[in-house]
Design a binder for this molecule. Structure first.
Ligand SMILES: Cc1cc2nc3c(=O)[nH]c(=O)nc-3n(C[C@H](O)[C@H](O)[C@H](O)COP(=O)(O)OP(=O)(O)OC[C@H]3O[C@@H](n4cnc5c(N)ncnc54)[C@H](O)[C@@H]3O)c2cc1C
Length: 316
């Protein structure tokens, strides 16, 4: 029984989360003594997936527009075709949308938010993040088939290069749902995939003061985020709201400016590898979760930080 990995692409390009999923699948396959088959949907060149451990890549051309029902049907068809009993995928925005329907189509157990490779493959036992990322739970799949959805940027790149082949498939799937319109936010780095995130809260006093946040983000090539009240009052779009009720992110660097660090905010960001907090109040709860803290007025600290980074980049 092989391991199938669904590898998401964005207009034909892969992201780090795509390669992470392939590497994770390679680890599962190694433990099971089998091989990894990757499946991509759309007009993709699947050659590079062998570099991350896929010994076979199946490209299902067409269907470029993400449709969760259609994709679930296609992936399930390919999985059954190659005799897979485990499907690995990344819990990106689309991945979260896709996974539940796929588990129904494939008639498999679904373990989401995985943060580690399985501790056992018989029975399949996987550690997942739980309680709004404040704890972990080990899930055991008691079914014959299982799907593991991993948190993007939580595991890293594990796979090793193998020699691989690329095949095309005419799997078409079925769907009783149609995507009638797609609107994408142009020029922005999508938060769930951002490696660096600059976030600000009510401490910034008003929407007019976000220029300095955007300037710093642009300099670093970072995504921008905000606390819930900031998007609730309309200072920033809801698509930037991170936390328990917003987007959950796992960047390498999270810089929080003028955010108190309420538990509901931390629930969405404490998977960040490094957290830097800038707050005027030395007692702000966020400092307890910070790797680095700057006690100071954001209106003084942020421009100085931007200036220092600009000078550093100019000299390096
Ligand atoms: C059910 C529920 C779900 C929730 N979900 C979320 C969620 O998903 N995400 C979320 O963010 N919140 C969420 N909240 C709200 C959360 O509890 C907090 O109220 C919110 O995170 C606070 O936002 P804030 O830190 O921007 O504002 P505040 O709490 O007002 O904090 C502002 C901070 O800015 C600092 N500050 C002020 N002036 C300056 C300055 N000049 N320079 C530097 N620092 C300054 C202050 O010291 C303070 O720490 C939720 C609440 C509930 C009840």
């Amino acid at each position: 029984m092989s391991v199938l990995v669904y590898v998401e692409n964005w207009g034909g390009s892969f992201k780090k989360s795509s390669f992470e999923a392939v590497g994770y699948a390679a680890e599962v396959a190694k433990a099971k003594g089998t091989e990894v088959v990757a499946v991509c949907i759309g007009n993709v060149n699947g050659d590079e997936l062998a570099q991350h451990g896929a010994s076979k890549t199946v490209v299902v051309a067409g269907n470029e527009t993400f449709n969760a029902a259609q994709y679930a049907s296609i992936i399930s068809e390919v999985a059954n075709g190659v005799g897979a009993d485990v499907i690995v995928m990344s819990g990106t925005n689309n991945g979260k949308n896709l996974a539940p329907g796929l588990s129904i189509k494939f008639e498999a157990a679904l373990i989401t938010n995985a943060v580690a490779v399985p501790s056992s493959v018989d029975p399949l036992t996987v550690r997942r993040s739980a309680f709004s990322t404040k704890g972990f739970v080990d899930y055991k799949a008691n079914s014959g088939k299982a799907i593991i959805s991993i948190i993007p940027n939580a595991i890293g790149l594990l796979g090793e290069a193998v020699s691989g082949v690329v095949e095309t498939s005419s799997a078409s799937g079925t769907s009783d749902m149609e995507v009638s319109n797609v609107e994408t936010a142009s020029g922005k780095i999508p938060l769930p995939e951002a490696e660096l995130v600059i976030s600000a809260g009510r401490g910034l006093k008003g929407p007019e003061n976000w220029t300095m946040v955007e300037e710093l983000a642009e300099l670093l090539g970072a995504g921008t985020a905000c606390s819930k009240p900031v998007s609730d009052i309309g200072w920033r779009p809801h698509s930037e709201h991170v936390g328990q009720t917003g987007i959950q992110i796992n960047p390498n660097l999270y810089i929080a400016i003028g955010i108190s660090g309420a538990i509901q905010h931390l629930a969405g960001v404490n998977g960040s590898k490094t957290i830097v907090v800038i707050n005027i109040d030395p007692e702000a709860p966020f400092f307890k979760a910070a790797d680095y803290g700057i006690v100071g007025d954001a209106f003084e600290v942020v421009p100085k930080l931007t200036e220092a980074i600009r000078a550093f980049k100019a000299n390096s």
